[in-house]
Design a protein around this ligand. Sequence first.
Ligand SMILES: [Zn+2]
Length: 239
Amino acid sequence: VTEELRKVWICVGCDMRVSNHSGRPIPQPAKWEDDRCPKCRLDLAFDVGGREGENAMAELLGMRRRRPTMAKTPDESKPPKPVDPEMVALKVCVKEVSLAHPDWSAEKVGEEVGVKTRTAARYRTELGLSRQPGPTAEQREQIARVLLTETPRSDEEVAKAVGVKTFTVTDVRRKMDVPPYRTRIREDRERRVAEVAAEHPNWGYKRVATEIGVPLNSTRRAFDKLRKSGAAEPVPTAA
Ligand SMILES: [Zn+2]
């Protein structure tokens, strides 16, 4: 039994997250093993040991077998159910996308293929293609590129665009010393206000606000800041 405490435990099979509301680090949840939730442990047992393996694991975990069709038809001599060609096609898609993007979340894979996150996660587990831990170097570069574009985007947006977890984006952004989204938006506004104010020294904040389409409150705050700093010139661009 591992003594390790983590703020969030994420199942490698299905991306399920377990955390305490308080944010306090917690030990690995009950019946988890090697970062795998009980359901995914069952899946793995089935992959490795077939129905027998799955049953043994189910017993170990005190869970009922999840495949009702199997429970109802213990007769092994019966021919297997006909394979649904549509499902096979979707599985092939999940396989292709997972191989091309080994570190994509199940959610992202599901989105790409057009299936639910849970379905994508299940197919991946069945195919032995669970997500590889950690973002690739390429994805980190991609995140950096998106963060450096002129239009500020929230960490969530960037994460969605690149196909990584939000905390990965936050991590990359902090290492790059890029301020958070809201700060960038505010700094951007202040810069535009300062520019217009410098061009038209006798304009009031209301006219400036109308000119650049920034809310009155924000413009007034930017104005106050300008006055306090005593800057007649536009405020410098944030690094
Ligand atoms: Zn799981």
